[in-house]
Design a protein around this ligand. Structure first.
Ligand code: HBI
Ligand code: FE
Length: 270
């Protein structure tokens, strides 16, 4: 970790200890409904690594998982642990967690009237969406490297660029597999509507992964994505993001910013 980064706050201050027994039957029922909706949709849509992760970790339909137990199983797979938090944490704290193979999981779950849309992450998005991929060794390494890169980006005033990489990969990424186009992004697999939109709707662009192109591209937080970026493999993603980004940021400052729906001549289209 770069020594020059001094955290704004003690990262331990954001960690909470939710009492699993305090979840209500309504809250577990919300989890079950969301889980079953996605379980009906995701075979043939989500990538094998995600579906394997759910199974390996025992993330299941019965109810909101016990965080400590889930964390212990995950640690046995890849050394990652989950920590419970109230919600969004400051950027530097978020990156510090990732750099140390800790994934912050929001402990609360949405209300029954919010099944289809949330502005902020909740336990279903964070656990169902993000945690299964952390059981994959290559993806786990990518997330750790992203955290280290995030701390570095803060020192270089380049957070806006790096945040787009997270958005278009970790949250809304697609992968081209031998069986066809598949989802790995947490923002998609935790959303019924977007799980269908990203693969079945002809409107959005599905463009080949291109690191600098992604970091030039603004994203929308208020609607389904207009563009998705497609990787060939998790090894490709890890390798492309391994170099020092400092010269990339210099290059990006010279490039124009792109709108979410823009398509360039050089883009590979799927
Ligand atoms: N905090 N708990 C939490 N979860 C996030 O996904 C998150 C965050 N803080 C900041 C943040 N994400 C973003 O700044 C990064 O994606 C860049
Ligand atoms: Fe997320």
């Amino acid at each position: 970790m770069p020594a020059e980064v001094k955290l704004s706050t003690d990262p331990d201050d954001f960690i909470v200890k939710p009492d699993w027994n305090a979840y209500t039957e309504t809250e577990h029922a919300t989890w079950r409904t969301l889980f079953q909706r996605q379980a009906a949709l995701l075979p043939g849509r989500a990538c094998r690594e995600f579906l394997d992760g759910l199974e390996t970790l025992g993330v299941a339909a019965d109810g909101i998982p016990d965080f400590e137990r889930l964390s212990d199983v995950l640690e046995g797979e890849t050394g990652w642990r989950i920590i419970a938090v109230e919600g969004l944490v400051p950027d530097d704290v978020f990156f510090h967690y990732l750099a140390n193979r800790r994934f912050p999981v929001t402990w609360w779950i949405r209300k029954p009237e919010q099944m289809d849309y949330l502005q902020e992450p909740d336990a279903f998005h964070d656990i169902y969406g993000h945690v299964p991929m952390l059981a994959n060794p290559v993806f786990g390494d990518y997330m750790e490297a992203y955290g280290k890169g995030g701390l570095k980006a803060l020192g270089l005033n380049a957070l806006n660029y790096l945040a787009r990489l997270y958005w278009y990969t970790v949250e809304f990424g697609l992968i081209d597999t031998a069986e066809g186009m598949r989802i790995y992004g947490a923002g998609i697999v935790s959303s019924k509507g977007e799980s269908i939109h990203c693969l079945d709707d002809p409107k959005p662009n599905r463009l080949g992964f291109d690191l600098l192109r992604i970091m030039q591209t603004n994203y929308r937080i208020d609607d389904y994505q207009e563009s998705y970026f497609v990787i060939d493999s998790f090894d490709q993603l890890f390798a492309a993001t391994a170099p020092d980004f400092t010269p990339y940021y210099d290059e990006l400052r010279r490039r124009p910013m792109l709108k979410p729906g823009d398509v360039l001549d050089g883009d590979k289209r799927f």
